[in-house]
Design a binder for this molecule. Structure first.
Ligand code: GLC
Length: 464
């Protein structure tokens, strides 16, 4: 081949675009916020956001609250819709259900399983569950309000306040039958932290139905486990055990049989626990409710104010001065349920503990053998016998509980700790994506992928 031929080839190469040049340049990698927003868009169902495709196809109460807290930065109208859509599911007595079911025909089984219509207070034409979830609504409404101008904020608060008031009044009327100022829960799903140790211990030690004990005795749970729906999506080691799952469904059926009527349930029910995480969130929600009422110069009912003040004091009834720790408590016997879990950090978020108690909580957070692994905060401390880095609420780190702790730290002036936890949370998500939960030692993603509250709170943490 002559030199000229080479030169011709070279000239052609210059004139003709190469294949590489005709292809679009590789897309710019998404920023963390763009990645989070894409997840929220994918899970958007117009009026609400599902937690994740496949595994969670309905609307969940506290999930939507966290989603609204993130959405307020990018689309305030959509954030408001996320919360007003929850009102569609509110019961006539004020109860806010933990699930509002999709109307799609393929989910008939889920709706029938709950049969919310057995209770006359359930809303017409909307299928819901018959139990509640952590009362994050007042916080979410308040946070969304912070992004509105004063006039808009006032109308937003006016719209939402009656629903928050009736929800909180229902909690006192229905779930505090002895006027203690503490709310009792009747099912572990109400905690939002389904298999948190205080509840699983109660189940295994006192409350396991006999037919499930038989399954345990006969080792049939492995076989039954193969029929679990969640197994299609998530490895079983990352979810509740089969025995716990069966027991929770059994407990749900009992509640349904009592028409979701708390007094009847307390006579015959399985669980009745004054849950620490729930009550901490409720105390903070009451504070937010008072701020909302103040902004619109609305007088809250006297009885409600008296109850709110009672709750703030009642939290100290869950304090164990010897262990210097707060615990959940059995409603009937008042026995403190001393199984270590992330709940013991939640009084920081409640905002009503002493400075000394707050400092002790922060020490636990700093301790690398307790709550301070590489990717905190583990849902069960590392030194607990129950700790399992992969299993749902029994060890993994979750972005929503981190968010609550960050808020608590800020509230007590621990700004450096709050920043450090914000940074490690964002690093975990940057490395592993918008997973449902994470291995606290390695930061590896666990559970569902493209999970809505992880995405929404990532946006909030980036913007705060
Ligand atoms: C699981 C979680 C609960 C959450 C729901 C939907 O049940 O334990 O907190 O609300 O999934 O994401």
């Amino acid at each position: 081949m002559s030199d000229t031929a080479h030169e011709d080839d070279a000239a052609e190469a210059v004139q003709q675009p190469t294949t590489a040049e005709t292809i679009d340049p590789p897309p710019k990698p998404l920023s963390l916020e763009e990645e989070a927003v894409a997840v929220l868009r994918a899970n958007d169902r117009e009026t609400h956001t599902i937690p994740a495709a496949n595994l969670y196809p309905h609307q969940w109460l506290w999930d939507s609250c966290f989603v609204a807290i993130g959405l307020r930065h990018i689309d305030i109208d959509r954030a408001q819709t996320e919360l007003t859509s929850l009102i569609e599911g509110q019961w006539a007595d004020g109860m806010m259900p933990n699930i509002i079911f999709s109307e799609a025909p393929e989910y008939r089984r889920d709706r029938n399983f709950w049969r919310s219509w057995v209770n006359p207070n359930s809303p017409d034409g909307v299928a819901t569950s018959g139990i509640t979830q952590p009362p994050m609504l007042a916080e979410a409404v308040w946070q969304v309000g912070q992004k509105l101008n004063l006039a808009e904020r006032r109308s937003w608060y006016k719209l939402m306040l009656p629903h928050i008031v009736s929800y909180h009044e229902w909690l006192y009327a229905d779930r505090d039958p002895h006027d203690e100022g503490l709310i009792l829960l009747v099912h572990p799903w109400e905690t939002g932290l389904d298999n948190t140790p205080a509840w699983t211990h109660e189940l295994h030690e006192h409350l396991m139905p006999s037919w499930i004990s038989f399954i345990r005795w006969a080792h049939l749970d492995t076989v039954i486990g193969f029929f679990r729906r969640d197994r299609h999506y998530i490895p079983p080691g990352q979810r509740l055990s089969t025995l716990e799952t069966l027991s929770y469904f059994d407990a749900q059926r009992r509640l349904r049989r009592k028409g979701y009527n708390t007094l009847k349930i307390l006579d015959h029910g399985l669980f009745s626990i004054e849950d620490l995480t729930y009550n901490s969130i409720f105390i903070r929600a009451n504070t937010r409710l008072r701020e909302i009422a103040k902004t619109i110069r609305h007088e809250l009912p006297e009885e409600l104010i008296a109850n709110i003040e009672k709750s703030e004091k009642a939290l100290q009834g869950l304090y164990d001065p010897y262990a210097r720790t707060f615990w959940s408590r059995d409603f009937i016997t008042h026995r403190l349920l001393k199984q270590p879990s992330i709940a013991s950090l939640m009084p920081l978020y409640a905002g009503v503990v002493t400075k000394d108690q707050a400092e002790h909580i922060v020490k636990q957070l700093e301790n690398e053998h307790v709550f301070g692994p590489a990717f905190p905060v583990p849902s069960v401390p590392l030194d607990s016998r129950d700790f399992d880095p992969d299993r749902y609420w029994q060890g993994p780190s979750w972005v929503n509980t981190n968010w609550l702790i960050i808020e608590g730290l800020k509230q007590y002036g621990f700004t450096h700790h709050a920043q450090a936890l914000t940074d490690s949370t964002l690093e975990m998500v940057r490395n592993s994506g918008m997973a449902e939960y994470f291995d606290p030692n390695t930061g590896e993603p666990l559970g569902a992928r493209d999970f809505s509250w992880t995405a929404a709170l990532t946006v909030d943490l980036l913007r705060s």
